[in-house]
Design a protein around this ligand. Structure first.
Ligand code: ATR
Length: 288
């Protein structure tokens, strides 16, 4: 009998910045689950080999981050409906049956908005800024909450159209109005304001302005950036300065990790506590 720990990791490139090892180490401690969770810098042209090798060496599962989420979905032998909708996976589970892919990003943002921020999505009007991987990973889970309407807007309109077409069936199933509006319409039609505005664009990283007019906000809107730290600051400042409740994506990060952990271990970790601890840690680091 061996006493090696069940092994997990986060695979990405770059990956040095990832907080996932810290989060999963806390989950493991707090739930009494003996496991190891490392960072794996995977060569850009070597993802599939790396996954198979990790599984062959006894790895039980992994998280997948930029730029491998699409490849993870393709490589899996089975996948959840969420992966099929998003075309991307952030979680792999290895078993004797093969490699199962899931995507917990959408569950993560929904848990953070509804549970941690206490803002219901059901029946509300939602604006999703962006139509790239981050937006695609969350849209299905947002629809499942049965908001009244989700508007997707993106710099490249054709990508927003493709994204809503991909989700048309699930939106119809949940009776959600899913449409795209061009930026120009948002600028000119001041009746277009939203209860929840989610930034899934990389515009802050690019140093660009928030890709929406402030008229999309009303006094009780929740403005949510999927990023955290300096990358979210521009959007959060914009939202606060227009009177909205501003929230970064740190809770989404912890909640998607909690969903992955539950898939692997069958145990739900205390994500609210770990989120509070991580926020405190980041504040301490920022002060030094
Ligand atoms: P991610 O995986 O982070 O979503 P992505 O798939 O490259 O990355 O998507 C980036 C998103 O940010 C896209 O919606 C992109 O708009 P385009 O589809 O038009 O490229 C958006 N984005 C990036 N830079 C932007 C900017 N300066 N202004 C507005 N939107 C921007």
């Amino acid at each position: 009998m061996t006493n090696t720990l069940d092994a997990y990791c986060v695979m990405g490139n770059p990956v040095a910045h990832s907080r996932s090892p810290w989060i999963h180490a806390r989950f493991a401690e707090l739930t009494g689950q003996p496991l190891s969770y490392d960072r794996a810098l995977v060569p850009l042209d070597g993802f599939a080999d790396f996954v198979r090798d990790f599984a062959a060496r006894g790895g039980k599962g992994c998280n997948v981050t930029v730029p491998f989420k699409l490849q993870a979905a393709e490589l899996a032998t089975s996948a959840s409906e969420r992966v099929r909708l998003a075309g991307a996976a952030n979680t792999l589970v290895f078993s004797a049956d093969g490699i199962h892919a899931d995507n917990t990003d959408g569950l993560g943002i929904v848990a953070d908005i509804t549970r941690n921020a206490g803002v219901p999505i059901t029946g509300r009007d939602v604006l999703l800024l962006g139509a790239g991987g981050a937006a695609a990973g969350s849209l299905g889970s947002l629809i499942e909450q049965q908001p009244h309407r989700i508007v997707v807007t993106n710099r490249t309109q054709a990508k927003a159209v493709a994204l809503i077409e991909q989700h048309a069936a699930i939106a119809a199933l949940h009776k959600v109005e899913l449409v795209t509006l061009e930026r120009q319409v948002l600028e000119t039609d001041l009746a277009q304001n939203f209860d929840i505005v989610i930034n899934a664009t990389a515009s802050s990283l690019a140093g660009a302005d928030v890709p929406a007019p402030s008229s999309v906000l009303h006094a009780r809107s929740l403005a949510y950036d999927m990023m955290y730290g300096p990358a979210a600051q521009n959007f959060l400042n914009w939202a606060s300065s227009h009177g909205a409740l501003a929230r970064d994506g740190l809770g989404m990060l912890v909640e998607q990790a909690a969903e992955s952990f539950a898939l692997w271990r069958g145990v739900r970790p205390p994500s609210t506590q770990v989120l509070a601890e991580l926020r405190a840690l980041l504040l301490t680091e920022a002060a030094h």
